[in-house]
Design a protein around this ligand. Structure first.
Ligand code: HEC
Length: 130
């Protein structure tokens, strides 16, 4: 009995540690994503607009969203989006992918990029929160 409740307590603790990000990072990231919303959508109803939808971004190859008309620069960049390359890109998109048609100056603050990453990471390829 004691062993069982100990196991349950450990399971709860482990689940806590496994949480991908702190809630306040995600909330701050959602606010930061307002800078992207004019051109990008995420979530279950996301569609391509000015830019491609950003569901399941981390692990995705650049230029791979079906039905979106990418620039050659983006399509041929050879990037697979992970946290590090995303951070570099979003700081200065035109420096990371010269010739991209994403007209966005960039986000300079590392903290804000971290929050934005936490927000975007929630969404799986199907747009559902993981
Ligand atoms: C003014 C419109 C605009 C804004 C604002 C904008 N983007 Fe983009 N974004 C684009 C376009 C257009 C592309 C496609 C670029 C290409 O094909 O060259 C793109 C491409 C991307 C890609 C590459 C996707 C892929 O599938 O390879 C990522 C990642 C991205 N944007 C993230 C963001 C984030 C995060 C923000 C907000 C911080 C943002 N963008 C703000 C227009 C925008």
């Amino acid at each position: 009995m004691i062993a069982r409740s100990l196991a349950a307590a450990l399971a709860v603790a482990a689940a806590g540690f496994a949480a991908p990000a702190h809630a306040q990072d995600v909330a701050a990231g959602e606010k930061s994503f307002n800078k992207c919303r004019a051109c990008h959508q995420v979530g279950e109803t996301a569609k391509n607009s000015v830019g491609p939808e950003l569901n399941g971004l981390f692990g995705r190859k650049s230029g791979s969203v079906a039905g979106y008309n990418y620039s050659d620069a983006n399509k041929n960049s050879g990037i697979t989006w992970d946290e590090a390359v995303f951070a570099e890109y979003i700081k200065d998109p035109k420096a990371k992918i010269p010739g991209t048609k994403m007209a966005f100056a960039g986000i300079k603050k590392d903290e804000e990029i971290k929050d934005l990453t936490a927000f975007l990471k929630q969404f799986g390829a199907d747009g559902k929160k993981k």
